[in-house]
Design a protein around this ligand. Structure first.
Ligand code: GLA
Length: 719
């Protein structure tokens, strides 16, 4: 038993994990436990924590631990819970050593080694600090150095502790066709949990990310202390916020312990996924910009190239097409200036043709009735028209009506002796199994080969979640959820080794797999199946709080919208699509001549501005939750160029014009304003020049008063 005197830390060791504007400080107490002392603005020399006193009773529990383990004097939510072979369920970690190394000039990594006082369990806490972006990535590496197997019952990635007068949690919930809705709540005593237990389609309930405003009862875009966090894991996760009786908040994030006890064999190591943290004193906007910069510069697969505009066949053709339908769509896409055509679902299966969602998944042979000329013909056709070619696959899935399901029933996820349920008429393949990993890799590989080197883009879908979990391969069923995700990542690693330049989209019935774990391998996400511009405003507003617009697909589709029935003007749809990775998803043959002319112009303007959307700094100007308008802007890093977009989303009379104050500009610079995609400009300042200071202080007041009026302005600094 550790005897802890907490009256003073008398810390022997202080460890500062620092970025340009933040410090995270860990320190040992008298009992040599590693405590989480601080996360916030820079405090200078960490040695100051040596004198820190908390007045806590020395014989009553412990102070906040940096990686709290179940047992000993600790009784709050643990990050680590271990059961040993002798039945002992306590772990008491103490500090052994630490080291910091430079990964590059602006990335530093600190590793702290902890060990249990009784057993041979070791935990390394690894913190990677991205100095310029003020981001700290944290994970744990757990090693069983003992002679017997142990069971990890809980094995979170990271824990932090905070003390503030109030904690406002902003988080994102959603479902199919309504992802990433923003919710705020002031935390009270007890535990608030954000989690998912659906296994593979992990973000159709909640997203593994959040923002936390300290000492503030509302989310402020521009002021105040905000911590943002996101877990890089595409499986079950749990983010826990426990406010204790002393008003201290402990946040523990990691893989969900639900049905996931994990045996760690003697000598074995388990490495948890990365938890991403950022802290700022400049509000939620800066927290988003920190995450976006970090993601784009250091983490997500697609680094540094602009996304192509595209036409996707799904809402335009669904399962009903032949070669001519597709080549006509390619012609139309090229004529409107789009840069890629993506053939969605429906191109495969012969004995069990994929003419609906009821058959064909698993049989990845080109349907010879629909496309007798083959995929290479289509890809070649697109290339000859000067545009790129992409194709849809859903390699983790199988329909009962397929050759694959008959050939390999043992590959299907199921609990032994129970009925296998279908969702969207399909089952899930067991990616914990090496042969299934090989198969999923081969689906990708063989599809690429079908294109004979001319496939530029793969849309990877995943249209069901896990139910009746179980594997005929695993002896330990509680490894299923974790090993599935590790299996997926191992396949993605192989794919990336062979196909480093193929653009890959993570789709899962829209935004069902939107997390930084996926984005380490995928270039982008399909933000939602809901392509209706009004709903999409809310979906993109939430998604882009955490994930950069460079990763979020945003398509213009037909009206009435297939998901919501709503009718919005083509301009409104294009303007909204311009704030993400623009695409179209409709049958161009059904467009009028005027609509095509407008589309071609809007696509052309987007190409002039997309570097701002995809590489620039996002400023959310007016929240769609707050009133009649939604407005945002993207500013180039040198502040010489910006794009502002605004949308009227509620009719409130013809006289209530919005006042949109701009952000992120240089007050000293002078900017010209040009309205695009509009024959009749909605802002009187169109074509005029204003100082940055004026635009920040006074702002613009475009006449966006009718429902679904919208505008886009291009700001350029004058020399
Ligand atoms: C999912 C995707 C859609 C489309 C269909 C095809 O729902 O989210 O974009 O690809 O599957 O079946």
């Amino acid at each position: 038993m550790l005897i802890v005197s907490s009256l003073a830390y008398a810390a022997q060791v202080q460890i500062a994990i620092s970025t340009d504007h933040t410090d995270m400080v860990l320190a040992t107490n008298k009992a040599n436990q590693l405590m989480f002392m601080y996360y916030g603005t820079k405090v200078g020399c960490p040695q100051q924590f040596e004198q820190f006193q908390s007045y806590r009773r020395s014989d009553y529990s412990t102070e906040p631990l940096a990686y709290p383990a179940r047992g000993g004097r600790f009784f709050n939510q643990p990050a680590l819970a271990v059961k040993y072979s002798d039945g002992d369920a306590n772990t008491e970690l103490t500090y052994s050593s630490h080291e910091t190394k430079n990964i590059s000039s602006d990335v530093k990594q600190t590793t702290v080694l902890l060990s249990d006082t009784k057993t041979s369990l070791e935990v390394q806490l690894v913190y990677t600090a991205y100095l310029k972006e003020d981001v700290i990535m944290a994970h744990a590496v757990i090693t069983n150095k003992g002679k017997k197997d142990i069971t990890l019952e809980n094995y979170a990635s990271s824990a932090i502790n905070l003390k503030a007068s109030s904690y406002l949690l902003t988080h994102y919930y959603g479902s199919w066709a309504r992802e990433m809705q923003v919710e705020h709540e002031l935390l009270t005593h007890g535990i608030k949990t954000i989690e998912n237990k659906m296994g593979v389609r992990t973000t159709h309930t909640e997203n593994p990310s959040f923002m936390l405003s300290l000492d503030n009862s509302s989310l402020d875009e521009n002021h105040g202390e905000v911590i943002a966090g996101a877990l890089a894991w595409s499986g079950n996760y749990k983010l826990q916020f426990q406010m204790d009786e002393t008003d201290r908040l402990s946040i523990i994030c990691g893989i969900n312990d639900y049905a996931s006890a994990y045996t760690l064999k003697k000598g074995a190591t388990f490495s948890t996924p990365e938890m991403i943290w950022t802290f700022t004193t400049s509000g939620a906007g800066q927290a988003s910009r920190n995450l976006h910069d970090w993601a784009r510069r250091h983490y997500i697969y697609s680094k540094g190239h602009l996304a192509y505009t595209l036409l996707n066949s799904w809402e335009g053709a669904y399962f009903d097409f032949n070669t001519k339908t597709l080549t006509d769509m390619i012609d139309d896409a090229a004529a409107m200036g789009l840069e890629m055509f993506v053939l969605d679902d429906g191109w495969f299966g012969n004995e069990y043709p994929r003419n609906s969602s009821r058959a064909g998944l698993g049989d990845w042979q080109t349907n010879t009735q629909k496309i007798p000329e083959g995929i290479a013909y289509l890809a070649d056709y697109a290339h000859k028209k000067g545009i790129k070619f992409g194709i849809w696959i859903e390699p983790e899935m199988v329909n009962p009506s397929s050759n694959l399901a008959h050939k390999h029933p043992e590959w299907i996820v199921k609990s032994s002796g129970r009925e296998i349920t279908t969702t969207r008429n399909q089952w899930l393949l067991d990616l914990t199994r090496p042969e299934v990993q090989d198969f999923v890799f081969s689906v990708f590989d063989e599809t690429m080969k079908k294109g004979e080197g001319k496939i530029d883009y793969i849309k990877w879908d995943c249209n069901r979640h896990v139910e009746s979990f179980g594997s005929t391969w695993l002896t330990e069923q509680s490894r299923f959820f974790v090993d599935y995700t590790l299996g997926l990542y191992s396949v993605m690693k192989r794919i990336r080794e062979k196909y480093p330049n193929t653009i890959i989209q993570s789709c899962s019935s829209g935004g069902g797999r939107v997390d930084f774990g996926a984005l380490e391998y995928f270039d982008e996400v399909w933000t939602s199946d809901n392509t209706e511009a009004l709903s999409r405003i809310f979906i993109q507003y939430g998604t882009n709080m955490i994930y950069p617009a460079a990763t979020t697909g945003s398509h213009v589709s037909a009206v009435p919208n297939h998901q919501t029935n709503n009718i919005t003007p083509l301009k409104f749809r294009f303007d909204l699509a311009s704030t993400g990775r623009m695409g179209m998803e409709l049958q161009p043959a059904n467009m009028t001549k005027e609509e095509r002319t407008f589309a071609a112009k809007a696509i052309q303007s987007y190409k002039q501005l997309r570097h701002l959307v995809q590489d620039g700094d996002l400023y959310r100007l007016v929240s769609p939750y707050d009133g009649n308008h939604y407005a945002l802007m993207y500013v180039s890093k040198d502040k010489k160029e910006a794009m502002v977009a605004a949308f009227c989303i509620h009719y409130q009379g013809r006289t209530k014009t919005p006042k949109i104050r701009l952000h992120g500009l240089d007050p000293q610079m002078k900017y010209s304003i040009e309205e695009i995609n509009n024959e009749k400009p909605s802002f009187w300042g169109n074509g005029k020049t204003f100082s940055g200071a004026w635009l920040i202080g006074q702002g613009i007041n475009p006449q966006l008063v009718k429902l679904y009026d919208s505008g886009i302005w291009h700001l350029k600094a004058q020399e």
